[in-house]
Design a protein around this ligand. Sequence first.
Ligand code: URP
Ligand code: ZN
Ligand code: ZN
Length: 469
Amino acid sequence: MAPIVIKNGRIITAVDDYTADILMEGERVQTIGRDIPVGPDVEVHEAAGLLVVPGGVDVHTHLDWEFGSARSADTFGTGTQAAAFGGTTTLVDFADQKRGQSPLAGLEDWHQRAQSSCVDVGAHVILTDVTDQTLEDMKTLIAREGVSSFKLFMAYPGVLMVDDAGLFRAMRVAGSNHAMVCVHAENGPVIQALIEEALSQGHTSPKSHMLTRPSLMEGEATHRAIRISELAQSPLYIVHLSAREALVSVAEARDRGVPVSAETCPHYLFLTDEEYDRPGFDGAKYVMTPPLRTQAHQQELWRGLRTGNLQVISTDHCPFCFQEQPLGMKYSKRLGYGDFSKIPNGAPGVETRLPLVFDGGFRQMGLSLNRIVELTSTAPAKLFGLFPKKGTIAVGSDADIVLFDPGETWTITASEQHSRVDYTLFEGRSVTGRVKKVFLRGQLIVDGTEWRGREGMGHFVFRGESGKV
Ligand code: URP
Ligand code: ZN
Ligand code: ZN
């Protein structure tokens, strides 16, 4: 592979902002400097006028994932290609333990599915059955398999939920083995009661998904998860935080020095619960968990990003098609036509994170460029044991680099996206700022609208310690 120089770009990391050239060789950044000499064997990419940022790190995706009776619509091939077009070069996706089986088997199954990845991928493992053997297997996953984070659900009773004792036991093992537990924090049993009540009263439309998942129950579970993690002495990561009540608990705990971190997602920052008032079944596109909240919650999330009480923006990319065809019912929101509780929970988003956050966060909400990079690349890399290989532009780091045009205005539309899903949450939204080129370990994989990567070129990333702050 010929050495590559990116010339004259404005390099933005979580802490730097300067203009220089970058020489990439042998998958890594070799040199950063002014006027790097360029021999005839060197491929040059001019970046004057462009931002040069580290490849995005998205630590919350569900590719090719069996979820109840549904399956997410992207393969690792299509989902990671979509990620690349969105400026993301590393995903940490979810493998899962099936009840009665070892989490090691869940990881093995995930590795089979992940073979078609086009960008680098790591795995968290979802634990659904916390037995003594599971706790032993956690140690093996951490030490031998490069899996230093686990996800446990306080929601979805009968499908994924574990009880508080299971949560506590898993946290204790994570905490004493340099790993971290990620928690989906909603009070599953109370929500289940609300769902049953709504259905018995004949409320079947997608809006009931939102009405039966109140923010109070996200706040309650977040508080409980934090307290359990304190007892277990484990770092904790709250996934897809959407509600003011949950953020208050995170902020309060952080003020006391508790090692809790949290992510939110673009849909909570840019959309509100008004989407559920769409006619017919259209609101099903927005059925993700937690649901979209009011503008008042949204404002609190922006405040959390400013104050540092939220550390990461990830996508929770969990795509299900709106239409039944061509992929089939299993991959479609139609599974819940006539019964909101059967609508597969999840939405696409892996391709739109950086442009949305740049446009909304930097241009409109006044976050700095450094903060945008921190939220979408550096902080997740640090929290999940990937830094400094991933998450920055530095000599010796992987040459995962994005050239981004801060001035191009364009319109998001599903027809130009690379996911297999047939809609985007942001159809017709005009944004300024666009990914122009993407390098994965020194190889050009996205060149404007042209795909230069290939399935299978993504590496598995063996992660170090998670939860370091
Ligand atoms: O609705 C969502 N978020 N689906 C994916 C599963 C999860 O809870 O993260
Ligand atoms: Zn979740
Ligand atoms: Zn998720």
